[in-house]
Design a protein around this ligand. Sequence first.
Ligand code: ATP
Ligand code: MG
Length: 332
Amino acid sequence: MIRIRGLSKSFGAFKALDGLDLDVPEGQVLGLLGPNGAGKTTTVRVLTTLLQPDAGEATVAGHSVLDDPDGVRRSIGLSGQYAAVDEKLTGYENLYMVGRLYGMSRKASAGRASELLDQFRLSEVAGKRAGAYSGGMRRRLDLAGAIVARPPVVVLDEPTTGLDPRGRLDTWEVISSLVSSGTTVLLTTQYLEEADQLADNIAVIDAGRVIAKGTADELKAQVGSERIDVVLANPDHMQAAAALVSSTAGPGARLEINHQTRRISAAAPEGHRMLVRTLTDLQEAGLPVVEASLRRPTLDDVFLQLTGERPDEPAPAPSDPHEPSRKEAINA
Ligand SMILES: Nc1ncnc2c1ncn2[C@@H]1O[C@H](COP(=O)(O)OP(=O)(O)OP(=O)(O)O)[C@@H](O)[C@H]1O
Ligand SMILES: [Mg+2]
């Protein structure tokens, strides 16, 4: 349903997309995982016909973004990274308007708006101006707007960033039910856990290129199943402790050492057993620990493993001038 080949896009001399290839079969969810600036939103904008690529091609439900942008827009629902709702309208009016813009009847638009407000736990504030909504409510309203017309393909750009845990779980549920009704979803995220929950397949992108592809399990297998973290009491013990953790963990531990936070982290294929052994070793060597934990791999770990370095994080812009409002998206 989504096919991307050799997609490239530069802004001046800067290559935001550098020969990207992606496929999403019908009814599946592809998680596009990447750090700030990886090119996720740029991919989404090309795919939704809001941005022209310099090279390569992309098709949605068989429609080319270059040759048949109208066909693409008819097949796709978008929830952009920054919620684009009409602040002057109520939640209900926002969804009703979207239905009407998609050519649905008054009655169908009204029914669909109520149904979605209910599904997204917004019924109580349905009559309030969206300008008075919290960030999470806006996000949910925006997401609801993307699926008003039940498009066969839905593109969600970081749908849960900024949501509270309840909002995140609700959103995951909505996405799962979309998928079970046959919708194809491309979802960008910075959270491995989210991709893990929702995506059939994951593509990790960095600097506008796919650097790894696979299921969540396949990717996690690459970083080792779990990691241990220890924080030392004394900064002077770092070197000795690192050597000890390294020998306990064995080859392939991929140690990470942060002198500032006095934290040492290592891949722990045997999980808790390795944690216990490391703590015992450190204690016997007289290197006190103030904090110790076992954790699942994070996106950072995947990146560390794939690229050998941490993703550098440019400060996020307060608002994105490139992200068009929903109305522009519909009129485009
Ligand atoms: N219109 C533009 N003009 C100039 N540079 C741009 C433009 N749009 C994007 N970029 C740059 O392209 C790169 C990729 O941006 P993009 O928004 O696709 O990243 P992202 O993966 O969505 O990041 P984030 O997780 O922060 O949303 C960034 O370095 C960004 O600054
Ligand atoms: Mg983005």
